[in-house]
Design a protein around this ligand. Structure first.
Ligand code: SAM
Ligand code: SF4
Ligand code: SF4
Length: 370
């Protein structure tokens, strides 16, 4: 394992990780098996996402949950089932408590975090949130005390007007206040946790605000500003609207990059942020093959509130695809089941592993106007 990786693990898991050589060995093996595209996987996935609820207090314009025809069984996981699931993954390094839904809507959100901390003391526990329930149902200081390692706030706007258009809510100022209050609570409690990030999904209605989103993050003093994300078109756009041109996208990303450099914002300038013009010049070709880089069948899994093992986040619900139910069948059986091994074999041969992958991974995201 590269030294930089070890440093990253130490930063997010803390010193406790040195008492768990089995976790570190699993991580090493998991990476090797992913690199080798092994058909039979002996290691457990290093990253798991448990969607503790798929209910939400918003209905954002771009969200897969809000699309007509999106059928999910909606509900919350019970604390008991959450613990049953988690005990199947003692060597997990990263646990995310979100999928499609708002984690803080779960009535026992703080108990879930506390339970995760207890079962996986070495793990980095994190979640994505719209932030609107902070200081409403979840007190900012309680959030800090819960031991959650990272909280990432989804903004998708740099102004109240655009927030209203995209997130269909007039509460932009309330999210900004929530971010400030978590940062303040962390300072007051002399806590190093949680690491606070913001993110922004680009779409026709908001992409021009990406540079201001970076400036806003720098002004708030957050720890991490995610690079503006490209929307997943297949599920994300019900109207099939064509997007902006590639040239417009490149121009905005260059302005965003400049804003990050000028403000010294904590944003990684990698991937399409490194050289947007070059990236988008080869975009169509790269997309055709993108499913080949899939890691979900090896080291990153997603579980819905009912215990179903889903594909990646391109597949929002187990009603579209499930590999099995982890509350009924032990993970060890599902992980190397005939279905999963066939899927891994397919991927190695250049065939998308499941029908749902054809509908998502193989379609361009975003779709440009040219
Ligand atoms: C699905 S939400 C769940 C967590 C929480 N409710 C929130 O809004 O952050 C996680 C992230 O996915 C993003 N997202 C939603 N729909 C998307 C889509 N169609 N394409 C790409 N990202 C999307 C959201 O903007 C958000 O940043
Ligand atoms: S993006 Fe998040 S807040 Fe918005 S509807 Fe989807 S899950 Fe809810
Ligand atoms: S859509 Fe399928 S192939 Fe693509 S990343 Fe997700 S699981 Fe992997």
């Amino acid at each position: 394992m590269a030294l930089s990786r070890v440093g990253k693990i130490l930063r997010s898991s803390g010193w406790r990780i040195v008492t768990r050589p089995d976790v570190l060995y699993n991580r090493w093996l998991n990476e090797r098996e992913l690199a080798a595209r092994a058909e039979f996987v002996r290691s457990a996935p290093s990253k798991i996402e448990i969607e503790i609820t798929n209910r939400c207090n918003l209905s954002c314009r771009h969200c897969i949950r809000s699309k007509p025809g999106f059928e999910a069984w909606l509900g919350d996981i019970s604390l008991d089932d959450f613990q049953k699931l988690l005990r199947q993954f003692p060597r997990t390094l990263t646990l995310t408590l979100t999928g499609f839904g708002e984690m803080m809507v779960h009535p026992r959100f703080l108990d879930i975090v506390a339970s995760a901390r207890q079962i996986l003391p070495h793990a980095n526990i994190l979640g994505y949130t719209n932030g609107l329930l902070i200081n409403q149902t979840v007190d900012a200081e309680d959030l800090v005390r819960s031991g959650i390692g990272q909280v990432h706030f989804s903004l998708d706007a740099a102004t109240a007007e655009t927030y209203q258009t995209v997130r269909c809510s007039p509460k932009f100022d309330q999210v900004i206040a929530a971010i400030r209050s978590v940062l303040d609570a962390r300072r007051r409690l002399h806590s190093s946790r949680p690491f606070v990030g913001i993110n922004f999904t680009m779409m026709n209605e908001n992409f021009r605000e990406a540079p201001d989103y970076v400036r806003l993050g720098a002004e708030l003093g957050v720890d991490y500003i995610a690079r503006p994300a490209l929307i997943m078109t297949a599920w994300g756009y019900a109207d099939g609207a064509k997007r902006i041109t590639k040239a417009e996208m490149v121009d905005v990303l260059l302005q965003t990059r400049r804003a990050a450099e000028e403000t010294r914002a904590p944003m990684a300038l990698d991937g399409y942020m490194r050289d947007p013009a070059d990236y988008f010049a080869h975009y169509d070709d790269n997309r055709k093959e993108s499913f080949r880089t899939c890691f979900f069948l090896w080291n990153h899994i997603q579980i819905d509130p009912f215990g179903n093992l889903k594909l990646c986040c391109a597949h929002p619900a187990a009603s579209i695809h499930s590999w099995g139910n982890l509350l009924e069948t032990p993970f060890s059986e599902i992980w190397n089941s005939e279905r999963l091994r066939t899927a891994r074999r397919s991927l190695v041969r250049g065939i998308p592993p499941a029908r749902a992958c054809v509908e998502t991974c193989l379609r361009p995201d975003p779709e440009f106007a040219d």
